[in-house]
Design a protein around this ligand. Structure first.
Ligand SMILES: [Zn+2]
Length: 482
């Protein structure tokens, strides 16, 4: 039985219940049918999910063709047309488009097919076994990003099978190379095949439903993110014998520079997303924290500064949402103990606030260092454009409505301190929103999160997310009955 008639059946059941209430007919068989439809949908979701997790697409090298080959046979069996775009034949992207009336511009669902590499010795269950245990599925990619991919796949299958009339095209991009190789994935698609994925809205990874103590508490929807762009600072001085101390030692010189840059607090910045985020959080948090979140929004710089200082110590990820951040991550210099090196270098992981003016930022860093003998430079060209998506769109409204229906928790627009491929897609004017299934907040520190050694997802939350995503897309795309 095709599971995707669930919605139609649910409607039929509602009607039947109403009729039965009037004429006193037992409704058990229909309720049982709904349960059976739902069970079949979940079984199919799980089957595809396990199959996708079992395909080793760790990047490098990627081998995303394994997922594309799998999806091709799924779509072939349903006679759903697709296109494949590949810069590297081993790393193709697959696009499916369900045609709508064209009354509205398309909605794009993004799921990346690659995963980060693994150290199999650290895994209790083999990383590509998709083992089920205690209500979880374990494996690389279970929360990054084969969850989004399978939810998008099931949405396409459901809409295609029900032949639901659509007001806009629904597009699925199964995208290669998200984990550090955008030149074969997002960047390649927007540079060379953007027409195939051009849309008004995009739904992708980059958000999640937060659970605490087994209870869902809030929905974080990614609406903007910081831009990673490392900076290098290089100190130079005469080399010499380590037995003769000098005032021009490059290493000593560099350590002073690191001290200065770490002590510097770039300006506090708020935008539509973070303003709304901290405002909402202040209505949900316990009183002591709520005050800090309110104070961050204060127009009195002293009050905001005190709250900001508190976040820096107690909630650094919240602090990072309010600033461009500079974190020293690599230091190099010297090659043996008795030689004073002539050069020493520190690399700073700089995450630029989306509102940062990049053309003047490097000069600000130079001013902070106040030492013209240091070389300060970008470690690479800009490649992830900054940008954000507004909160007043039909997509954000639909997400809010479906969060209410499926999770019944507040929606918080969120600025990611990391980076996703939404940045590339946003740069083409597409409004992107980051979504994700519910995960336990406690799971990350225990080592079960994305990129860790025991990545896992709750089966029940995978299913709820698949239903949620489908309903968001239906709300956005299904033609109203006229
Ligand atoms: Zn990811």
């Amino acid at each position: 039985m095709r599971a995707t008639r669930t919605c139609a059946v649910a409607l039929a059941v509602l009607t039947a219940v109403a009729v039965a209430a009037v004429i006193g007919v037992a409704t058990v068989p229909l309720a049982a049918q709904v349960a059976a439809e739902r069970a079949a949908f979940e079984a199919e979701t799980l089957k595809h999910f396990q199959a996708l997790v079992q395909l080793d697409t760790s990047s490098p090298p990627g081998n995303e063709h394994r997922v594309v080959d799998y999806l091709k046979q799924v779509f072939d069996a349903e006679a759903i047309p697709y296109q494949v775009f590949a810069k590297d034949p081993q790393r193709p992207n697959l696009v499916v488009r369900l045609k709508g009336s064209g009354r509205q511009r398309p909605v794009l669902m993004l799921g990346h097919t690659d995963v980060v590499t693994v150290d199999p010795t650290k895994w209790t269950f083999p990383p590509f076994a998709a083992r089920r245990d205690g209500g979880y599925v374990y494996g690389r990619g279970t929360v990054d990003d084969k969850d989004n991919l399978v939810a998008a796949l099931m949405t396409v299958l459901s809409l295609a099978r029900s032949r639901t009339p659509l007001d806009r095209d629904v597009i699925l991009l199964a995208e290669a190379g998200e984990e550090g190789a955008p030149h074969v994935g997002a960047q390649f698609m927007i540079d060379e095949h953007f027409a195939a994925i051009d849309a008004e809205f995009c739904l992708a990874e980059g958000g999640s439903i937060k659970r605490q103590g087994g209870r869902v508490v809030q929905a974080n929807v990614g609406t903007t993110e910081k831009e990673p762009r490392p900076i290098e600072i290089i100190a130079r001085g005469p080399a010499g014998h380590g037995s003769v101390p000098t005032k021009t030692n490059a290493l000593a010189h560099l350590s002073t520079a690191v001290d200065r840059v770490v002590a510097w607090v770039p300006p506090l910045r708020l935008n539509e997303t973070t303003g709304s985020y901290f405002r909402m959080l202040s209505t949900m948090a316990p009183p002591d924290k709520a005050r800090r979140y309110r104070d961050i929004l204060s127009l009195d710089p002293k009050v905001a500064r005190a709250a900001d200082d508190w976040l820096a110590v107690n909630e650094p990820s919240h602090w990072s949402m309010l600033h461009t951040s500079l974190t020293p991550t690599m230091i190099s210099g010297g090659f043996r103990y008795n030689v004073i090196p002539s050069e020493a270098k520190v690399t700073l992981d700089v995450r630029l606030h989306p509102d940062e003016d990049q053309s003047t930022f490097l000069d600000e860093v130079r001013k902070v260092l106040a030492d013209p003998s240091l070389e300060v430079r970008w470690a690479r060209d800009r490649y992830r454009p900054a940008g954000g998506s507004p909160l007043g769109t039909a997509a954000f409204t639909a997400i809010g409505a479906q969060v209410k229906k499926h999770y019944d928790v507040p929606v918080l627009p969120t600025m990611g301190t990391g980076a996703t491929d939404m940045a590339q897609i946003r740069s083409k004017g597409v409004h992107c929103y980051g979504l994700g299934p519910a995960v336990d907040e406690e799971d990350g520190p225990k080592g079960f999160g994305a990129h860790s050694d025991q990545e896992r997802i709750l089966e029940s939350e995978l299913h709820r997310f698949a239903r949620f995503l489908q309903d968001v897309v239906r709300e956005l795309a299904v033609a109203p009955t006229r």
